[in-house]
Design a protein around this ligand. Structure first.
Ligand SMILES: Cc1cc2nc3c(=O)[nH]c(=O)nc-3n(C[C@H](O)[C@H](O)[C@H](O)COP(=O)(O)OP(=O)(O)OC[C@H]3O[C@@H](n4cnc5c(N)ncnc54)[C@H](O)[C@@H]3O)c2cc1C
Length: 839
């Protein structure tokens, strides 16, 4: 066995094998894969073979698309048949809401170019008469997907990898990792069979690996322990049953082709043909998490006992949908561990806090995802960035210290149970909540707040009726305008006309301080640094010159900076800052003059944003100063500046910015004084019509000002210049990613659109954009409603020649094309008169 490699892949399931294959394909010629048992002996061997295209996420849809295309080519490349049956995939809908979900999904599919067709119940019955259709509304049909043999595809990938020089070693277990500054020393042990068990032998070794990828499936908790990090990948039981041959199906197949994979999402199951019978795979309630603290040594390619009572409801609905199945008995059953993560997406990318360590863990559709996951992870590792924005899969989205095993296990059970629920874009999942609450939580709840969850924090989405039942938010969810819409509208109006108070405590906050801080930040971000007491908006870029993080930087002193970034990305931003700090010291030395520190101060500071024409009047009631009348004036507190002020007895770091685009201040305050400040502001604001406002209204308002949001308009798909943020890029200085940004040029441009949409729906920011002649020319990245214009609004990317103000486009909302017009940047108050208003 090799002892020195460029990349070591740990785990020989579908995912690890694909990564080894793709690393070799990307040009790394010194790759080794270690598997503690046999290839495919983890979850891969008992997968039900399905390859569902369907996914509401742009990145994951790309990944699945790549897999499906790759698997079709593997036989030509390797001579091994991957057992791909392109039978299509029929997603049936029992309700109008489910049809709406498919319409929204089709919008994502269209932006990626995934083929699909709509079918009526009559068309389904005509083609597949064994399927009962009278209670269906319709279906979405994917002609190009189907199912594949997981072992065959893994073996084909393994052969392809070997042909490209990858060494694959079975029966070697990784037992420890040690970072040596420029490589990993990986301790390994030869595994042997003993009494049917796999046990360590005395033969051990150490592999010197420049990079390591872990793809250890159900063993992720052991991997986490060895690495000293948290990996919220914990498996949940998943079962499927195989029936005896169904005589009606056997008869039908004499004259017809195979059924597509059938999915009755409202009944929570998938079904496909298997040797004249059926395979039924339910996603039932109460499936338990397993192996929370590791996989027992005795568990190899084993299964759990069938829990038939748990899937009775799904079984009955299967018989209802395919009545001939009532006559057939059960032939086989599988109940195996299927790995999940709290949001159901895998963890694919750099391991939090570690160098050259890459995670490929938590795959619940690992057969479907393996091809694309290998492809894009190899790009990340070899080229520094992937061709698609992988942030939604980045393992550091869960890197926070607050996350526990208990949290991950309960959330993963929820993610499993939610596979077939209606995936409303305004969905908020209930498990493990409330967990991280700012002090004002109870006060907000008493005022009717309906909360969303950001990085574990509870954050008001909107304030509903005071007497709302617990199910109010859930019952009001929709793919169109949900029950919350009218409350968000009133809140947005309040900010435009009077004044509103938003809780933004979840913001990520870091302090960068010390003699070397300014030089470091000047290199790390693309805008010029603010002067003391001023702020700027700036971006940290990727190696490809695209946007990695958006920061508001406040300069507290010459060598002391306060960085505010998106709440959802606290761990990701923190990890990136610390890596950049290490890189800086490595190249500039860590001497006294260069030294600086990075401190995560997120939980020390609460944040309220007060905004609206009357914001100054409210603050003037409570501000303490020798001259309270002038302390908030433009002369003493201009737009884009920061000051320490006192509101009653609360010391406040006030920043004159407003993400809503109205006169306003962010009030950063000691978190332990939050309730005092909340009460003070609410009392003072009563006479001015102060309204508590949630995140949904804020999201609409920022689009009226063309303010880009990280994860929507801003990400690794576009440079700040493509995002139209030239005024925040100082081209006269040197900064990380600059050359790549300039080389990339302008591939597409971020625009804001006013949209004449349907009366009952707004875009969500996933819809495709077209020319009036129907040619697809871009996609939305945000969407919502504008109270200023009384119509839908959206932001997105189009070809540069279509970015001019007044360009007429179309956007597909809920299946139909609607008129959309490109506006100027910041269509509401383009001259920033209200935000700069004096007083
Ligand atoms: C009943 C069931 C049905 C399913 N159906 C489908 C389906 O239809 N379609 C689909 O896409 N997905 C399906 N899945 C999910 C799918 O099986 C998994 O997502 C996929 O197999 C994950 O592959 P993997 O390579 O990540 O993990 P695994 O296949 O579990 O591989 C991980 C490997 O790592 C090895 N390993 C672990 N630790 C070490 C170590 N320290 N040293 C060396 N080796 C190590 C293990 O031995 C194992 O072989 C199903 C799952 C279940 C349970």
């Amino acid at each position: 066995m090799k002892t020195h490699v460029k990349a070591l892949v740990v785990g020989g399931g579908a995912v690890g094998t694909s990564i080894a294959y793709h690393l070799a394909r990307a040009g790394w010629d010194d790759v080794m894969l270690l598997e503690r048992d046999e290839l495919t002996s983890g979850s891969t061997w008992h997968a039900a073979d399905l390859l569902p295209y369907f996914n509401m996420s742009y990145a994951t849809t790309h990944i699945h698309d790549h897999s499906i295309k790759l698997y079709k080519t593997l036989e030509d490349e390797t001579g091994l048949n991957a057992g791909f049956y392109v039978v299509g995939n029929l997603r049936m809908a029992q309700t109008d809401a489910r049809m709406d979900e498919y319409r929204l999904y089709a919008a994502t599919a269209e932006t990626v170019g995934v083929p699909f067709e709509w079918m009526t119940p009559d068309q389904i019955r005509e083609r597949w008469p064994l399927v009962r259709t009278e209670d269906l509304k319709g279906a979405l049909y994917h002609p190009t997907d189907g199912y594949i043999n997981p072992a065959d595809v893994t073996m084909a990938l393994a052969r392809g990898a070997r042909q490209r020089g990858v060494a694959i070693e079975r029966r070697w277990q990784v037992d420890g990792y040690e970072w040596k500054g420029d490589h990993w020393d990986v301790a390994v042990t030869k595994m042997v069979e003993k009494g049917g068990n796999l046990v360590p032998s005395d033969e051990t070794g150490v592999i010197h690996a420049e990079h390591v990828v872990t793809a250890t499936g159900n063993h992720a908790q052991r991997t986490a322990k060895m690495l000293g990090i948290k990996i919220p990948a914990i498996p949940v039981e998943h079962q499927y049953i195989v029936t005896e041959p169904d005589p009606a199906l056997v008869e039908y197949r004499k004259t017809h082709g195979e059924h597509p994979v059938l999915r009755d999402a409202d009944a929570k199951w998938y079904v496909r043909e298997e040797r004249g019978g059926w395979i039924l795979g339910p996603y039932e309630r109460n499936a338990p998490a397993r192996f929370e603290y590791g996989v027992p040594d005795s568990f190899r390619a084993d299964l759990f006992p069938l829990a038939l009572d748990r899937i009775e409801e799904e079984y009955m609905s299967f018989i209802h949908r395919i009545p001939s199945s009532e006559q057939v008995g059960l032939k086989d059953d599988y109940n195996g561990p299927i790995c999940y993560t709290p949001d159901g997406n895998p963890l694919l990318g750099p391991a939090p806090g570690l160098r050259n360590m890459w995670l490929a863990e938590g795959f619940s559709f690992g057969i479907t995802a393996a091809g694309g996951a290998g492809h894009y992870l190899a790009q990340l590792m070899v080229e520094g960035e992937a061709a698609i924005d992988m942030a939604s899969l980045d393992p550091r989205r869960y890197g926070g210290d607050w996350m526990t095993t208990e949290y991950a296990a309960r959330k993963n059970e929820e993610a499993y149970e939610h596979v077939y629920i209606l995936h409303h874009p305004d969905e908020e999942r209930p498990a493990c909540r409330p967990l991280r609450t700012a002090p004002a939580y109870d006060r907000q709840k008493a005022m009717g707040a309906q909360f969303g969850c950001v990085n574990g924090w509870e954050r008001p989405n909107y304030y509903g009726p005071l007497d709302a039942p617990d199910s109010f938010d859930h019952d009001g969810r929709s793919f169109r305008r949900g029950g919350w819409w009218q409350y968000a509208e009133a809140e947005a109006q309040a900010i435009r006309e009077e004044v509103g108070l938003i809780d933004a405590t979840a913001f990520a906050k870091h302090r960068v301080f010390g003699p070397g801080a300014a030089a470091f930040l000047d290199w790390f971000t693309c805008n010029r640094l603010p002067k003391v007491g001023r702020i700027n908006l700036t971006y940290a870029l990727t190696a490809h010159g695209t946007v990695r993080t958006e920061y508001t930087i406040v300069r507290l002193a010459e060598d002391d900076f306060y960085l505010v970034s998106a709440g959802a990305w606290e761990a990701y931003d923190g990890d990136h800052l610390r890596r950049a700090e290490e890189d800086w010291f490595a190249t500039h030395g860590g001497g006294a003059a260069n030294w600086f520190g990075v401190e995560n101060v997120t939980t020390k500071w609460g944040v309220f944003a007060i905004a609206g024409p009357k914001a100054r009047a409210v603050l003037q009631e409570v501000v303490k100063d020798a001259d309270p009348a002038s302390v908030l004036s433009n002369a003493r507190f201009p737009w884009l500046s920061a000051r320490e002020i006192e509101l009653g007895m609360c010391p406040v770091r006030a920043i004159r910015v407003a993400y809503t685009g109205e006169l306003g201040w962010e009030l950063h305050h000691p978190i332990e004084m939050q309730n005092y400040l909340w009460d003070l502001l609410m009392k003072a604001g009563a006479a001015h019509g102060l309204k508590a406002v949630g995140a949904r209204a804020q999201n609409w308002l920022r689009q009226e000002k063309s303010y880009r949001a990280f994860g929507n308009e801003l990400g690794r798909d576009a440079t700040p210049l493509e995002a139209g943020l030239d005024r925040f890029v100082d081209l006269s200085k040197h900064f990380y990613g600059k050359a790549a940004m300039e080389k990339t040029g302008i591939r597409s441009v971020c625009v804001t659109l006013r949209i004449d949409g349907p009366a009952d729906a707004d875009p969500w920011g996933r819809e495709a954009l077209y020319l009036p002649d129907g040619t697809r020319v871009g996609r939305l990245t945000s969407g919502g409603y504008s109270v200023a214009f009384g119509q839908s609004i959206g932001m997105g990317y189009v070809r540069p020649d279509l970015a001019a103000e007044g360009t007429a486009l179309k956007v597909r909302i809920m299946g139909d094309l609607w008129d959309a017009t490109v506006t100027c940047d910041s269509p509401y108050d383009p001259k920033n008169a209200t935000i700069r208003a004096d007083g």
